[in-house]
Design a protein around this ligand. Structure first.
Ligand code: PEP
Ligand code: MG
Length: 898
């Protein structure tokens, strides 16, 4: 079996299938070359040689491959018309490692190998640029010294020995930048570098290019067993006997005069997805000059150049003179490049991002890879390529990164404005989107400014109205399922939670970060997709739901067999979700309806009532309001199922906690402040999340369940009279025992019967339960005998399975994730290993006694891609998520089914 594989000259010994033997990089270079793409010639020493090296050692392995390597260098020399070690026409090479999987940071690259005191003169001559030649030489010594000769900092707090020498010289010369060194400085550096090598290693820096090459090859083999690689391998479970390949490749230069150039290009527009070849290049430049922004890069195509000129306000004459396109300057080479880009995209069947260099009139392709792109471009490219027949419909769907669809669904920052943004801190990206507004600290003051950002230590149900009014929400505490995060996602409102660096002073109405203070009324901007908090006002843009997006959704529905519902508490949210394709409501949280000003009063009267009679009176006031809420929601979801959950949160959340508000309430109710205070403290709990909530409320105050049931049934009957079909599903929260469910079910069915009797009419409805207490998953077979449906409340199920408080986990979860104790926030990404077992078990046991039992999920995980896939594989009938995640869930459900 061969040990050295050549590539270049539009042929190759290997191909892309040979990753195990040639490593990922080597296999791809071979593939490109065999395709007829002009890659700089080179060769790959196989991973098997690395394994042999580990067994036999240096001498034996060099013996084994010496003649092959020498022959391969000769082949490169022929292709390049240059000579390794020559000072007239030097061939320089790069040496890189390349395992079968990419292992970042395993070994750095050595560039410009083959330089010495004589060859550098040849390079200076050939490029006409002595400064470049000497700078390349000093970089080579630095790279080779660090990577091959071990010239690294001696201890953690030491600086790099070469950097130290450079710092000294800069100080002496009174300069600050590397680019300010003169040719003489660079020569001095080379001398000092070599001196340092001699002092530290006891050996001279190798001047013979062959010695340099063997040194680098052996260093790559050694790097496989270096600390960084071993750590990375163990972490990912990659076995030690995989080994790494070594890639040696000719260096090419784009700075060899006006007949040379370098650039980057894309087969399609990475921003919009438009099918136009585009990119930038510079004549007589090195690769990094294009990205460094020192000179203005020019456009590859004439079309691109004209578009650029329009934006840059450059007139046609100046454009053609000063910034002509490659198409105009080097038409032949442009034609070759255009042919190559078409070939590469067809071959890899995806948009390519390529790097190229023109050396002395000859085009070289250095790299091609699938190009990064925006969400909009991702969708357009996939659908376009499907129409072009390049990919199949399944492939088009699988090309879509679900989370990136978010970008298409919320207002976005203008990318130009974002470039100048000053980020002051970062929190959790709790709800995507872009928001910009003036700081307010109190929910009831959110309408103080036309655009406001509500900044809180944390939010509570009392803040709901203000959250609605604000453009965005920022909290210092709380995780991905904190109140702020859940509510904001439901509203499709931008939110950043748990930004621990913020110090909020409600009294002074200030927000300080890193010693800088912001006041009420100051502008800030939130990027809910990244968690970045930005100073000042950043311009936003409305999202564009293009035709391709609609096509993508239609395609998803063709393959999907799991339903997607939404969590919605208002007719407006329901309507938005429906427009995104929701097939019903999986969760209406009724408590959210009680926080509006006119309702909270009746709610509080109900809570403060000492007698059943008093409670019923207050509930009677709430009844018509609830009924009209439900009518609105049923109407928006006409014909589709709507799951309504009975009251869930602890009553404590509804009572006032400030003295002023308590006084007001006491006056309203004509009772003493003391009485209000006593009730508030009576309701306070040590652990409210595990306290008097869920069905425990309905079971202790059945009149609440009665009122809610009545409101639901009456609403459905009222609509029926108008010819609108509603399909209510009444859901009991936080059930842990069969008896808990049975008791509630009895109240619900009896109340419904009563209403039917009164109205002399009826409707169909079902009564089901949430499965969110671990015990309920264990008892699922018995519960399913009674319940019409299950809906997993994975927020509470996660809370109770891990024993992590939803409202406090934000304090330690980030540390757990940083330390690798947890891979992800389990409130965001379902813990499939643990909590997932309970989802599977609950479903299986439930269906063991009721095979057709409808099972869904309505926790936050219902809109998270990896979790949605898991729910599909667990046999769930539907997922329910916030309106803005409905398209994402539709897509993932299709991807999972493919
Ligand atoms: C849940 O617990 O997953 C759920 C949907 O209910 P809530 O978030 O309202 O507790
Ligand atoms: Mg719950």
């Amino acid at each position: 079996k061969a040990r050295v594989y050549n590539f270049g000259n539009k042929t190759a010994d290997g191909n892309s299938q040979m990753k195990n033997l040639l490593g990922g990089k080597g296999a791809n270079l071979a593939e490109m070359s065999a395709l007829g793409i002009p890659v700089p010639p080179g060769f790959t020493i196989t991973t098997e040689v690395c394994t042999a090296y580990n067994e036999l050692g240096k001498e034996a392995v060099i013996d084994m491959i010496k003649s092959d390597v020498e022959a391969s260098i000769r082949t490169i020399e022929k292709t390049m018309g240059a000579e390794f070690g020559s000072k007239e026409n030097p061939l320089l090479v790069s040496v890189r490692s390349g395992a079968r999987v990419s292992m970042p940071g395993m070994m750095d690259t050595v560039l410009n190998l083959g330089l010495n005191d004589e060859v550098v003169l040849g390079l200076a001559e050939r490029t006409g640029n002595p400064k470049f030649a000497w700078d390349s030489y000093r970089r080579f010594i630095q790279m080779y010294g660090g990577v091959v000769l071990g010239m690294k900092p001696e201890s953690k707090d030491d600086i790099d020995p070469f950097e130290e020498i450079m710092e000294h010289l800069k100080e002496k010369r009174g300069i600050t930048l590397d680019t300010e060194f003169s040719i003489q400085d660079l020569k001095d550096l080379v001398y000092d570098f070599k001196d340092a090598v001699k002092k530290r290693t006891g050996h001279d820096f190798p001047t013979n290019p062959w010695d340099q090459l063997w040194g680098a090859v052996i260093a790559v083999f050694n790097s496989w067993n270096g600390d960084r690689a071993v750590y990375y391998r163990t972490m990912h479970g990659y076995p030690a006997d995989w080994g790494t390949a070594v890639n040696v490749q000719a260096m090419v230069y784009g700075n060899m005069g006006d007949n040379s150039a370098t650039g980057v290009c894309f087969t399609r527009d990475a921003g919009t997805g438009e099918n136009v070849f585009n990119g930038e290049y510079l004549i007589n430049a090195q690769g990094e000059d294009v990205v460094a922004g020192v000179r203005t890069p020019q456009q590859i195509t004439k079309l691109g150049s004209e578009r650029w000129a329009e934006l840059a306000k450059v007139d046609e004459e100046e454009r053609a003179q000063t910034y002509p396109s490659l198409e105009e300057v080097m038409p032949e080479l442009y034609k070759e490049l255009d042919g190559i880009q078409k070939k590469l995209e067809t071959h890899y069947r995806d948009m390519q991002d390529m790097e190229f260099t023109i050396q002395d009139g000859k085009l070289w392709i250095l790299q091609t890879r699938n190009g990064k792109r925006t969400g909009a471009a991702m969708v357009k490219i996939a659908i376009d390529q499907l129409h072009e027949g390049l990919i199949s419909d399944k492939e088009a769907l699988l090309r879509i990164e679900p989370n990136k669809l978010d970008e298409l669904l919320h207002p976005v920052f203008d990318p130009k404005a974002l470039k100048q943004a000053h980020v002051i801190a970062q929190g959790l990206p709790a709800s995507p989107g872009a928001a910009t507004g003036k700081i307010v600290f109190f929910a009831d003051e959110a309408d103080k400014f036309k655009n406001s950002i509500l900044v809180r230590i944390e939010t509570s149900p009392e803040d709901l109205e203000g959250m609605h009014v604000a453009k965005g929400i920022l909290t210092a505490r709380g995780g991905m399922t904190s109140h702020a995060a859940v509510v904001a996602r439901g509203m499709g409102k931008c939110c950043i939670s748990g930004a621990g660096a913020l110090k909020i002073n409600y009294k002074a109405r200030t927000l300080s970060v890193d010693g800088h203070e912001y006041h009420e009324g100051d502008w800030i901007s939130l990027n809910g997709s990244t968690g970045n908090i930005i100073e000042g006002k950043v311009a936003t843009k409305e999202p564009e739901l293009s035709g391709e997006f609609a096509k993508l959704m239609k395609l998803s529905d063709k393959f999907r067999d799991m339903q997607v519902r939404t969590n919605a508490d208002t007719p407006n949210d329901a309507a938005i979700a429906r427009s995104f394709g929701a097939e019903g409501i999986g969760l209406t949280r009724t408590e959210h309806m009680f926080f509006e000003v006119d309702r909270i009063k009746a709610m509080r009267e109900m809570i403060l009532a000492d007698t059943v009679k008093g409670r019923k009176e207050a509930l009677n006031e709430l009844l018509p309001m609830q009924r009209s809420d439900f009518e609105g929601i049923f109407e928006a979801m006409e014909g589709l199922p709507v799951t309504i959950r009975l009251l869930d949160p602890p009553l404590h959340e509804f009572v006032p906690h400030t003295l002023v508000a308590q006084k007001e309430l006491a006056d309203d109710m004509h009772i003493s402040v003391e009485a209000v205070k006593n009730k508030v403290s009576e309701l306070s709990e040590f652990n409210p999340m595990l306290g008097h909530r869920g069905c425990r409320l309905g079971n202790t105050y059945p009149e609440i369940t009665e009122m809610q049931t009545r409101a639901i049934i009456e609403a459905a009957l009222n609509l029926k009279a108008k010819g609108v079909i509603s399909k209510p599903e009444i859901m009991v929260p936080l059930v842990g025992t069969v008896a808990e469910f049975e008791a509630q079910e009895k109240v619900i069915r009896a109340t419904a019967e009563k209403v039917f009797e009164e109205r002399q009419d009826n409707i169909e409805f079902t009564v089901g339960t949430m499965i969110e207490v671990p015990r309920a998953t264990l008892m699922a077979d018995l519960i399913a005998e009674k319940a019409d449906f299950f809906s997993f409340g994975t927020n509470d199920l996660t809370q109770m399975t891990f024993g992590y408080s939803r409202d406090d986990a934000g304090k330690f979860l980030p540390i757990y994730i940083e330390k690798g104790i947890l891979k992800a926030d389990p409130f965001e990404v379902l813990d499939q290993e643990g909590v997932g077992q309970l989802v599977k078990l609950g479903t299986e046991r439930g269906r063991s006694s009721k095979p057709k039992l409808k099972v869904g999920v309505c926790g936050e995980h219902g809109g998270e891609p990896s979790s949605v896939e898991f729910f599909y594989n667990s046999g769930l009938d539907y997922v329910s998520c916030s309106p803005y995640r409905v398209p994402i869930a539709r897509l993932v459900a299709a991807q999972a089914a493919i």
